[in-house]
Design a protein around this ligand. Structure first.
Ligand code: CA
Length: 415
């Protein structure tokens, strides 16, 4: 990795190092919505920055509620913009550093702005690609001897979710209500879910559209992936258990999901590639790939009771994924299904092999049989009303850190 040194002061534990330079949308008392990047504790307003013509382009693309138009410029352009930002932040003689009045226009404290949903999401797909998660769930709700369905090691299982209820970090949502069938009853009952769960996931954002009939290969998939975010796919386990046969999740999943506001580019993540899972039995040719295509992303989940402290409840890693993003995208499009800029494709819950690495409460408490004790002495089997859950994630190698910021949301009592 080329060593970069910026004149902006950045704490070594900060997610937004000079190696990151992610993209997002912010708002504050003066700005309705501008495209921005981040360094250290600051956001960088790219609309204001372009008033000096640094990227030599029409700056109106930066005055936008969503990143879609920016992403549609294509990777050659967005990568050039990202590299130019890095260059300006490393140049000790940059006017950005020397012109204090201009600096104050372009740089704002992250704590003083509100981050918005980064993309207008067309379609949302959720995969199920962590072997430890699929094995745990299969063991609990079906049969320990046949925890994985026969198709699981041959294709990345997924389903089409709903985008209307995907919210940016910092939101709250109501405990969902629905049908459940208690074990001791032969009839379903209706009421607020009793088993409200988290799902520790990441998601990738589509950066280039295809036409119907086209397929994306594993080798070319990187051209179609703009970057990644953290993702909490909130789930109601009792509603899910009753409704999911035969078509999969429906009301158990579509009431809320949370995304982190910064899209970390695939280019920023490249240095953290690691070897993928050994896939045996071998896959059909369209799912095969070459090289190290997994990613070492440390993922932590924190639960905070109302007025309480944060409790670390899970530490997992993206590298436990059985299928890579490239395989997921190749599979998604192999039938000719078209994709659009801003589509969100989530990983599925990412669990590791150790119990402390399980990415859902369902697994962490083994369906409520092993409650978690929090610092305040209270117990959790699932998420309680007014609990706040935060996912954090970052890559670190040779003291270079690239992270995602927070993916946080609060559960309100049922409405
Ligand atoms: Ca999920």
């Amino acid at each position: 990795m080329q060593t970069l040194k910026t004149w902006v002061s950045v704490n070594e534990n900060c997610d937004f190092s000079i190696y990151n330079i992610p993209f997002g949308i912010y708002s504050d008392k003066d700005v309705k919505h501008h495209v921005c990047s981040a360094i250290g504790d600051y956001i960088i307003d790219l609309f204001e920055l372009e008033s000096r013509d640094v990227f030599d382009m029409d700056r109106s693309v930066f005055d936008n509620q969503y990143l879609n138009s920016f992403i549609e410029l294509g990777k050659p352009t967005t990568n050039k913009i990202r590299n130019k930002i890095i260059e300006l932040l490393c140049d000790e003689n940059s006017f950005l550093k020397t012109d204090t009045a201009f600096f104050n226009k372009v740089f704002k404290k992250q704590s003083d702005v509100k981050m918005l949903l980064p993309v207008k999401i067309g379609d949302y797909t959720d995969f199920y690609s962590s072997i430890d998660h699929a094995t745990n769930i299969g063991t609990m709700i079906r049969d320990p001897k046949n925890a994985l369905m026969p198709n699981w090691k041959h294709l990345p299982v997924g389903y089409h979710g709903r985008s209307s209820s995907i919210c940016v970090s910092g939101h709250s949502f109501y405990r969902p209500k629905g049908q459940q069938k208690p074990a001791d009853s032969d009839q379903p009952v209706f009421g607020p879910t009793k088993l409200l769960d988290i799902e520790l996931e990441t998601a990738f954002i589509i950066g280039k559209a295809t036409h119907m009939g086209d397929s994306v290969s594993t080798a070319n998939a990187g051209d179609y992936i703009f970057g990644m975010v953290l993702f909490n796919d909130w789930s109601a386990r009792d509603i899910q258990t009753w409704e999911y046969v035969p078509l999969g999740p429906f009301l158990a999943k579509n009431f809320a999901s949370t995304v982190s506001p910064w899209i970390v580019t695939l280019e920023a993540l490249e240095p953290f590639r690691v070897k993928g899972y050994v896939q045996n039995p071998p896959l059909l040719p369209y799912l095969q790939y070459k090289g190290d295509r997994n990613l070492d992303i440390k993922l932590d989940v924190y639960l905070k009771p109302q007025n309480g402290e944060e409790n670390l409840i899970c530490s997992s890693n993206y590298k436990y994924m059985y299928y890579t993003m490239e395989q997921q995208l190749a599979h998604h499009t192999v039938n000719g299904c078209n994709i659009n800029v801003g589509d969100v494709m989530a990983s599925g819950t990412i669990s590791g092999p150790q119990p402390s690495e399980y990415g859902s409460m369902m697994e962490l408490t083994w369906r409520g049989t092993k409650p978690i004790t929090l610092k305040d002495g209270s117990e959790r089997k699932f998420v309680n009303d007014n609990d706040t859950v935060t996912i954090r994630g970052y890559c670190k190698k040779d003291n270079v850190r690239v992270g995602f910021g927070n993916c946080t949301a609060t559960l309100l009592p049922a409405k």
